[in-house]
Design a protein around this ligand. Structure first.
Ligand SMILES: [Cu+2]
Length: 402
């Protein structure tokens, strides 16, 4: 997780326009449906994905482009990798993407009228560098908000009646946002029978224009990919992305010894990806011998974590999106120090957790304020200890104490 995201400015991958595009469907299969008597269908688009062999996160819709007919249903399905996402659409989103592409194209300072459009969109993470755990999430974007005609609030959540998704959409809506999507959560949009042909833009309100979806609605006489072809295109996109990062992942995973590392390996070629590493996967040490991990980013080294220490964010009983303090707070371990200003980027924070007897919940906690944590711990009792990152559900390693 990145603390601040320069979400809207200077991102290259953009939708060309909001309407009237003539996109080719990005499908690998040839199955299409359309013409006389073609029935309405339901297609599924993935939000983020998991991969075999390594933990990862993908700020990516699978597939990123598709076509549909009026009357079809589009089901967006979320996979939670630790990186949060939301799904937003509507004319405000389309305008913001266009404005953003023009800001990017112009370079330098954005024209005030363009920035004004971009500034009408709320984002899930607070842009305030002083935001603490209680103010980290902007509720206006974190909670659902479905507004046929109005711009959304930028701060507080939409009123509860506006949090109910519409039965169907016709593409004229101003702002539709799912809010944070938990693992397995599905957002369903039924396209109305009279929806006008054109290109409709979707965007994640965590990752901004770096994470968009384009659905081109075409008239019923024009064939569109069948659900299996859409699924195959999504899988192909993931396979292609994995192929691009695989060499780097293999290189990181081949690290051995006791110079342990926990963190994400960004790959320049694929900005939407993070491979989330714990290396080496297995470390063997003697009882009482210190192990040192270098932890880059918002991760923990947690032993015997209780069930309720995950996930790291969730809706509370009032409907507010909140950070789970059990996920990032240290347990039976020293507090992580605050970064000293100008002490490097990222600041290196040292935590010596001393010796632990191997019993009960023990967690390094995560550096909420950012920084690279150099964490050391010795375990006095022989045994095999699994540890996990409480932020990213697939990051884990094990420590064998002899
Ligand atoms: Cu996202």
């Amino acid at each position: 997780m990145r603390r601040r995201l320069a979400v809207l400015v200077a991102v290259a991958a953009l939708l060309a326009g909001a309407c009237g595009g003539s996109d080719e469907p990005s499908t690998t299969g040839t199955t299409t449906t359309g013409g006389e008597g073609a029935g309405a269908q339901t297609i599924t688009i993935g939000i983020d994905a998991k991969t075999d062999g390594f933990a990862s996160s993908w700020s990516h819709f699978f597939p990123q482009k598709t076509q549909a007919h009026p009357g079809d249903t589009i089901e967006f399905k979320s996979t939670f990798t630790g990186e949060p996402h939301s799904l937003a659409t509507g004319s405000l989103i389309a305008e913001a993407l266009v404005a953003n592409s023009q800001i990017g194209a112009a370079g330098g300072q954005p024209a005030p009228e363009l920035q004004a459009v971009v500034d009408k969109v709320p984002f899930v993470f607070s842009e305030d560098p002083n935001a603490g755990p209680d103010t980290f999430f902007v509720q206006a974007a974190s909670q659902p908000c479905y507004l046929p005609e109005n711009d959304p609030p930028l701060d507080v959540a939409c009123p509860k009646p506006d949090q109910e998704p519409p039965a169907e959409i016709d593409g004229t809506e101003r702002f539709l946002n799912s809010g944070f999507l938990a693992d397995g959560k599905t957002v369903t949009f039924k396209l109305s029978a009279d929806m006008a042909p054109g290109q409709y833009a979707f965007m994640c309100l965590v990752h901004g224009p770096a994470m968009t979806e384009s659905v081109t609605v075409v008239d019923r006489a024009t064939p569109v990919p069948a659900p299996e072809a859409v699924a195959a295109a999504g899988k192909q996109e993931l396979d292609d992305l994995v192929a691009k990062v695989k060499a780097k992942v293999d290189q990181v995973q081949s690290i051995t010894g006791t110079d342990a590392r926990v963190g994400a390996t960004a790959t320049k070629d694929v900005p939407s990806s993070a491979s989330l590493n714990v290396v080496p996967k297995e470390i063997t040490v003697k009882a009482g011998e210190k192990v040192t991990w270098t932890v880059d980013g918002f991760h923990t080294i947690a032993f015997n974590a209780p069930e309720d220490a995950r996930p790291w964010l969730r809706f509370d009983s009032t409907g507010a999106l909140v950070i789970n303090k059990k996920s990032y707070a240290p347990a039976a371990s020293p507090e992580i120090p605050l970064p000293v200003p100008d002490s490097g980027d990222p600041p290196r924070l040292s935590v010596d957790a001393g010796t632990w007897n191997g019993e009960g919940y023990h967690s390094s906690g995560a550096p909420f304020t950012g920084g690279q944590v150099v964490y050391s711990l010795a375990i006095s009792k022989p045994g095999t200890y699994k540890y996990v990152c409480l932020v990213h559900p697939d990051m884990e390693g094990s420590l064998k104490v002899t």
